[in-house]
Design a protein. Sequence first.
Length: 294
Amino acid sequence: MGLEDLFNVVKTRLNGSSDEESTEKADDSSVKVPVNMLFKCPRCLNVIMTDELEKNLKVCPECNYHARLTAPERLRLITDKDSFKEFDANMLSANPIEFPDYEAKQQALRDSTGLKDAIITGECTIRGERCVIGVMDSRYMMASMGSVVGEKITRAFEYATENRLPVIMFTASGGARMQEGIVSLMQMAKTSGAVARHSDAGLLYITVMTDPTTGGVTASFASLGDIIIAEPKVLIGFAGRRVIEGTIKQRLPDDFQSAEFMLEHGFADMIVERKSMRRTIAHILKLHPAEIKD
């Protein structure tokens, strides 16, 4: 069986074709399908080879759906080669409210993702422009903001303030981390305070909202950027659609909480496709050099 035949077999399985011949091929137990060989777009249902998707920066060529990136993938895409130096790489969350099985779940996620928590922060250059960068990773508890995420973001801003550097934050989160209770909610105020001190120093902060940016992250540091960028059609919001509709007793627009809706209503400054993100950020950094100390 050639590659084209194998592609057709897997595509048939994904699409659930009723064609008799295709079904017979799909049910052939002798066909061994490589794991994750194909990607089925959740928006347009187009099926493409995974390696082709990755060549296209994980963007669907049919409908422009921007699939989620891991933090390491995002850093490779945005930063100059070998320029990234990570901050606080070994910081680990405690279990402040003794939530059942929290430590075990954290360890399982560390093993499966290779991350210590839901964000990576550090210093880098982007097309030669020096900056501090933070990238959230939705694989780790939906990038919820617990004590480590809040602390790493705060330290990143404090480092940037001390060294007079701009900050780029790629956000992707389900919000506060319920397993850490009030400690998690406190991170909203802590990160916002660090952003305020950075702003008072006359320094630039760029937020890049990726899919999804919601909850307490949206309600704190993610919304405080001097310039707010979003990837196309990503979900941005605080509470869920059903909660809001149930509260106000009205039906919301179909595109409510999309990046395009946020741009139209002034919440976002621009929508930038992934292929243009690095160039756009570098251009903004060049236009906003840090002030020189007296």
